[in-house]
Design a protein around this ligand. Structure first.
Ligand code: BGC
Length: 882
């Protein structure tokens, strides 16, 4: 039981006293393709994962067996898997790829896993399910339809069809592919709780479809299905500087629909989108993902999506070519309205104007319930700032909008009241970035807080990390970072939810560790990296915003931004121990690295944007870009080794050495230990990304420390330095300095934003800056992830990724009395929690079953030797140095 190694002077109390309730291992949290019981899986060899519930000290999995069958009873009662029986595998793996008979489309599979614990005892079986999607465009029976109108036509088209259900229904599924956005309803009810489906992709290369279980929506006899289409990014009608209105895929929205009704008697009906559907315009008179939605409540057609509706005035539909021949299931967590907000204050400006403060900057939408005279025009404007007179100030976010501000105002919904009832409005095909909502109307309205609710909406990733400490600022920074992160996750990571909504690559990878420490987001990134593969040019080049309608293949779309292609799959492998994404992107990384190699024969490159939005000191572009080139080559070499490509491994390992040598030859002054001009970024970027020669690390780190002391522990970095700085200090013995910078609260610092009332991270250190001033940006978001690595010290180990082995490298910095950091790894929860007393630290650790850890004491404790820890709870008593 005590399989840990006690080295040095550390007093370690094994926690026999902790409750040990489970005497047998139990597989829990079964997932397929990183989703719980997913419906609509298109991968032919889906990944199956589970965790172990076994709180005994040193808990291990020694073997597993997986059975897959279409019949759950066959599994449960007979212990048989007609599709697949993996046999008993002596393996600690908790992630296994399906390896049975070929899967068939639209089929439900049950899978069962049994695990053997460290004593060789078998667990009870645990069962979960997954259901295949249509597995390829050729399996669709329906056709693509639209209303055939012009791309400039502003009204959202409504579609309907009635059908009969004459037998008892066992189950029913709706498969909806769309170019643009859709909302599905059946028999008068909205189907599901997703928003903005399907996610934004490079529509002409990959079209997503969504599967809904609609069994409960069906009724005996007459039924009706309704579909409303929105423009989304497919038919971008609002002009902005990124030319989305000129996207090559642009067309009137269209969709392809199949409803599979399975009857109790074993027969099946398939209702498809075809000639017999009808279409009409409705109350949505304009919709733009970028600006807002216009809704005329006078045009509502009651009962349009119910049976027996009189649709004699509706038109016939038009057939349309499929937007792409690559129709794939949307295998990712949906966008949902995750939290609702009521105003924390409101201000009546005059009888026709109210401003509400929702108390939180967020991405999302607002619902307004209002009664007033027929034809009253109500404008619902969203923004992040207020003018001195209390009205909304849009000037920090509407700068790149080039559209018709009169008829298509930015971040503004327009509602026209019916006059007949209380109108309830919430946009379907748009979202905004905002904290304040201004409601103005052409007639006086009596409004108060009960009329308005805002919803924080984003890809609904499950939280998997927490930070709780004695420092209010640390706790606030963590929360604020997460709110910026979530505001910028809409099926792809964005830079900001208001001004751009662009999938800026740099912002995406700069935030990736913070993302994975805090949220279970792998499916979002698997989707976004598929977008990368869709966008890559044959020569390897990637645009700096992804997806793109064509913008972004300029000259600055280089390594510090588009290294997403290597960094994100690598981090997915580190955090999940799942090499699938890395493997999928392998050829793309290679193509990318080969391109940069071709244009950079010396190993150095200026292909990049540089340390964007610095405080004041700019940094050398060639240095930072070349460090990212080195990083990509290194990742590629490691991936080549992992996948057994020996020749590639040799080639790219050699390339990475060449780049490193070239960087050090040109930029490192071996006498002084200074890179380039020695800015915070120029010193920390080579340190963090492992470019500094081993024998120079100490000197370079000491220089960085001095440089930071000289600014009195303030930042002087842009985005690249903000990613590297805290790590470069802490990883090289200057944890105290790093912590002081992290909790600095005067300008320039992260804390400065928070003490000035920020509820999300900002885009600019300077609160009075005149450009790059969104109030909800994630590119400086390393801070939230760094707490996990520093005061939590929870760090993945490249040689046993997915936290199979956890590196525990916490710091116990001055000024922080206690800290508790948790992260749910693929093996379960890791907890790293400590509390100081007069001269000691009590360090409590939880290591999940089937994982191990090594604790590396920080330099401010007396103990120096590392401690190996097995699964379970541990308490370490450490003495603080005098
Ligand atoms: C975006 C940034 C982005 C940058 C690149 C800005 O407009 O908001 O987050 O990375 O451009 O230049």
């Amino acid at each position: 039981m005590k399989s840990f190694l006690l080295l040095g002077l550390i007093t370690l109390f094994l926690t026999n006293s902790f409750a040990q309730s489970i005497q047998q291992a139990e597989p829990i949290y079964l997932q397929c393709e990183h989703l719980v019981n997913p419906v609509g899986i298109d991968n032919k060899r889906p990944r199956l994962t589970w965790m172990l519930n076994d709180d005994r000290q040193g808990a291990l999995q020694t073997a597993y067996q997986i059975l897959v069958d279409t019949d759950s009873l066959a599994l449960v009662e007979k212990g048989r898997g007609a599709m697949w029986d993996s046999g008993k595998q002596s393996s600690p793996d908790e992630l296994v790829k399906y390896d049975g008979k070929p899967l068939t489309p639209a089929t439900r599979y049950y899978w069962q896993v049994i695990v053997w614990d460290k004593d060789g005892r078998a667990s009870k079986p645990a069962i979960a399910l997954f259901e295949t999607g249509l597995l390829g465009a050729s399996n669709w029976k329906a056709t693509w339809i639209s209303d055939g109108r012009d791309i400039a036509h502003r009204e959202a088209p409504y579609f309907r069809k009635e059908f009969q259900v004459k037998k008892a229904v066992k189950y029913a599924r709706a498969y909806v592919a769309a170019a643009g956005l859709f909302e599905l309803s059946m028999n008068g009810e909205r189907v599901g709780d997703h928003h903005l489906d399907p996610m934004y992709t490079r529509f002409d290369r990959r079209t997503l479809y969504v599967v809904h279980d609609v069994t409960a929506h069906l009724q005996p006899g007459g039924n009706a299905v309704g579909v409303i289409l929105g423009n989304g990014w497919y038919n971008h009608q609002s002009l902005a500087v990124w030319d989305f209105h000129q996207a090559p895929w642009r067309a009137r929205p269209a969709f392809c629909f199949e409803l599979h009704v399975h009857y109790e008697d074993g027969t099946e009906d398939v209702i498809v989108s075809e000639r017999d559907w009808k279409t009409s315009s409705g109350p949505i008179t304009a919709n733009s993902i970028y600006t807002g939605e216009h809704y005329d409540a006078r045009l509502e057609q009651k009962g349009w999506d119910k049976a027996n509706f009189d649709d004699s005035k509706w038109q016939g539909i038009r057939y349309r070519a499929a937007p792409s021949m690559n129709i794939v299931a949307q295998q990712t967590v949906p966008i949902r309205r995750v939290r609702s907000y009521k105003p924390i204050s409101s201000k009546k400006i005059d009888a026709q104007t109210y401003v509400f403060d929702m108390g939180q900057n967020m991405s999302g939408i607002t619902e307004l319930k209002v009664k007033g005279p027929e034809g009253t025009i109500v404008k619902i404007k969203h923004g992040e700032r207020l003018l001195p007179d209390g009205r909304i100030d849009m000037s920090n976010i509407d700068v790149y909008y080039r559209g018709d501000k009169e008829n298509d105002p930015f971040q503004t919904d327009i509602l026209i009241l019916s006059g007949k009832k209380e109108d309830v409005f919430m946009p379907k095909f748009n979202y905004k970035g905002f904290r304040y909502v201004e409601v103005s109307s052409t007639a006086p309205l009596a409004l108060n807080e009960s009329n308005i609710t805002s919803y924080f909406m984003h890809s609904d990733v499950k939280p998997k990390g927490s930070v709780k400490t004695s420092s209010k600022l640390v706790n606030d920074l963590w929360r604020v970072t997460n709110n910026a992160y979530l505001s910028n996750l809409m099926g792809y990571p964005t830079d900001c939810p208001q001004r751009e909504k662009n999938g800026w690559t740099g912002d995406g990878h700069l935030a990736i560790e913070t993302a994975f420490y805090n949220f279970d987001g792998i499916t979002v990134y698997e989707k976004w990296l598929a977008d990368h593969r869709d966008e890559q040019q044959p020569n390897g080049v990637l645009p700096d915003i992804i997806p793109t309608g064509g913008w972004g293949y300029g000259t600055a779309n280089g390594l510090d931004w588009t290294s997403t292609i290597a960094i994100i799959p690598w981090q997915a492998y580190m955090f999940y121990g799942d090499s699938h994404l890395l493997e999928e992107c392998y050829e793309n990384i290679k193509r990318y690295v080969d391109y940069v190699d071709r244009i950079s024969p010396t190993g150095l490159t200026t292909f990049g944007r540089g340390d964007w939005v610095p405080v004041k000191t700019t940094s050398n572009l060639e240095l930072t870009s070349s460090v990212y080139f080195y990083t990509d080559a290194r990742i590629l070499a490691a991936a080549a080794k992992l996948f057994g490509h020996a020749e590639d491994h040799r080639k790219y390992a050699a390339l990475s050495h060449k780049i490193k040598d070239a960087i050090n030859a040109k930029f490192l002054n071996k006498e002084t230990g200074i890179y380039a001009d020695g800015s915070q970024t120029e010193l920390s970027v080579p340190l963090y990304w492992g470019v500094v020669p081993d024998d120079m690390r100490e000197q370079v780190a000491a220089n960085l420390n001095k440089r930071v002391e000289a600014t009195n522990f303030h930042l002087d970095v842009g985005v690249l330095g903000a990613k590297a700085l805290l790590n470069a200090l802490k990883d090289n013995g200057y944890g105290e300095t790093a912590y002081k910078v992290a909790v600095q609260d005067t300008y320039p610092s992260w804390g400065w934003w928070v003490v000035n009332g920020a509820t999300t991270l900002l885009e600019n250190w300077d609160l009075d800056a005149e450009r790059d001033i969104s109030d909800n940006h994630m590119m400086f978001g390393e801070i939230g992830g760094w707490f996990f690595k520093s005061i939590g010290g929870i760090i993945p180990d490249e040689s046993a990724p997915g936290f199979k082995h956890v590196q525990l490298r916490p710091i116990f910095p001055a000024g922080l009395e206690h800290s508790s950091v948790t992260h749910t790894s693929p093996f379960g929860e890791i907890k790293s929690s400590w509390k100081k007393s007069k001269s000691a630290v009590t360090y409590d650790v939880l290591i999940p079953p089937n994982a191990t850890a090594t604790f590396y004491p920080p330099s401010n404790v007396v103990e120096t030797a590392m401690v190996k820890l097995d699964a379970g709870q541990h308490r370490l008593k450490l003495k603080i140095k005098k």
